[in-house]
Write a protein that binds this ligand. Structure first.
Ligand code: LLP
Length: 438
């Protein structure tokens, strides 16, 4: 087990999170169960806030809601001084329902529907991040129709490729995201934005990738942002005030993963930006960052119940659990690996090599060739670092109801997402009259 946040092994050998015995949690709330360690989530938020405040005269941390957005999570991050970055109408509505002030919201996306654009302007959103040239006149048109103004950041593409899974590299020129600095699109967009009378060009944004276990690529991107701000100044005379450095810091999924600390990451990346800005004689901007995974990822743990243990002599032992692709598609999508152990015998030696399989009607392998403490039917498995992009990417494949999520803190656990029911699954089904038999 990796000692993350408040996770401990109690004297009875059970894993505890936020002072709650996970065996009790599973009995009370059922499995699969997402458990969120509130104290750890808050301490990740604070680490960003403190490092940003120390690293720049003006800063604003934002939370990338795509990693995990529920109304309770939104409340927590906002209470820690964060704004919220939303990537869709649904995320926007969730944040608003949670009571997040619209000025604290930022809207992303390489394709924003007219409906999403209207929703954003209607609520008085603090920032929208424009991703492409054709999007600029779209915003102008929607704003004219509504008599509104549009607070704009331009997402620029610095052509930096960080070391991570290819599916989550987005800073290289061959990417659907952002306005290329290299091709001249970014500068063209700055000129266009300045010329459109409904748009207020506040600054620039970039995001180069996710689960990156180093800060150097982000530093390189930050320097390019500074150079681009100088190019905008020299070309248009406009000195832009805001720089959003995106998210992307990786977390520990396995004991041998060694991401930089939040402090080291922020200090180095913000430092690289400010150093270059000073050399270019540009003023101190408002610095924004929008981490998702490194806020919530290692604060989440999934609990599964072991159902069947099937040993194929000389071949492999399969351990089937009540979860799978539907609650965590990341192993199937990205070959993602996780640290898994028997939560009800957390201190026992992990001596048996097994493959943990999900319950879907396909191979649905969660964890291949992992060592567990001789797992048996009825055991509880804990999977660490599942806070980000698990519930957020969960589905109802095989018509499985999505699991509940509880918030654990100080020995108390409260449900923040209730388990879906079969009625929830049927909620959107309709029978045309001619099929209804009536
Ligand atoms: N800002 C923007 C514009 C983003 O696109 C993202 C993530 C973030 C911030 C937050 O990045 P983070 O700090 O969480 O790395 N489903 C994938 C991850 C997709 C990341 C999408 N963008 C996965 O499960 O690994």
């Amino acid at each position: 087990m990796m000692e993350l946040g408040t996770q401990r092994i109690a004297d009875n050998g059970h894993l505890t999170i936020g002072g709650c015995d996970t065996v009790d949690l599973a009995a009370r709330f059922g499995t699969p169960l997402y458990v969120l360690d509130e104290a750890h989530l808050r301490s990740n938020c604070r680490a960003y806030r403190v490092a940003l405040a120390a690293g720049a005269p003006r800063s604003q941390p934002m939370y990338a809601g795509k990693a995990l957005l529920t109304t309770a999570v939104a409340r927590i991050v906002v209470s820690e001084g964060f704004g919220v970055d939303v990537a869709s109408g649904g995320e926007l509505v969730t944040a608003l329902r949670a009571g997040v002030a619209p000025e604290q919201l930022l809207l992303h996306g390489n394709y924003k529907s007219r409906e999403e654009m209207r929703l954003a302007l209607e609520c008085g959103i603090g920032r929208v991040v424009v991703d492409s040239l054709p999007e600029l006149p779209e915003w102008q048109a929607v704003a004219e129709e509504m008599g509104a103004r549009v607070p704009v950041l331009l997402r620029v593409n610095p052509n930096v490729k960080p070391k991570t899974h290819t599916k989550i590299q987005v800073g290289q020129i061959d990417s659907k995201f952002g306005l290329s600095i290299q091709s001249g699109d970014a500068l063209r967009a700055a000129r266009d934005a300045l010329a459109l009378d409904r748009l207020d060009l506040l600054g620039i944004h970039n995001h180069i990738g996710s689960q990156v276990l180093g800060w150097q690529a982000f530093g390189e991107a930050a320097r390019q942002l500074a150079d681009f701000l100088a190019a905008v100044r020299d070309d248009t005379g406009a000195v832009l005030d805001q720089v959003n450095l995106g998210g992307g810091l990786g977390i520990r999924y396995l004991p041998d993963h060694e991401p930089p600390s939040i402090e080291e990451f922020v200090t180095n990346v913000v430092g690289a930006l400010r150093e270059r800005l000073a050399a270019l004689r540009l003023p101190e901007p408002l610095v924004l960052m929008e981490p998702g995974r490194s806020i919530v990822g290692d604060a989440g743990t999934t609990l599964y119940r072991v159902g069947v243990v099937k040993e194929i002599p000389g071949v492999r032992t399969y351990v089937s659990v009540d979860g799978g692709l539907y609650d965590n598609p990341r192993p199937a999508l990205y070959g993602a690996e996780y640290n898994v152990f028997v939560a009800n015998r957390a201190a026992a030696p992990a001596d048996t090599v097994v493959t943990v399989a999900g319950k879907h009607c396909e191979t649905d392998t969660l964890f291949s060739d992992v060592k567990l403490a001789s797992p048996r039917a009825g055991d509880l498995l804990a999977v660490q670092s599942t806070g980000a992009y698990n519930y957020a990417m969960a589905s109802n494949y095989n018509r499985l109801p999505r699991p509940a999520m509880v918030l654990a803190n100080g020995g108390r656990a409260e449900v923040i997402v209730r388990r879906e029911t079969y009625d929830d699954l049927l909620r959107c089904d309709l029978l045309p009259l001619r099929l209804s038999g009536g």
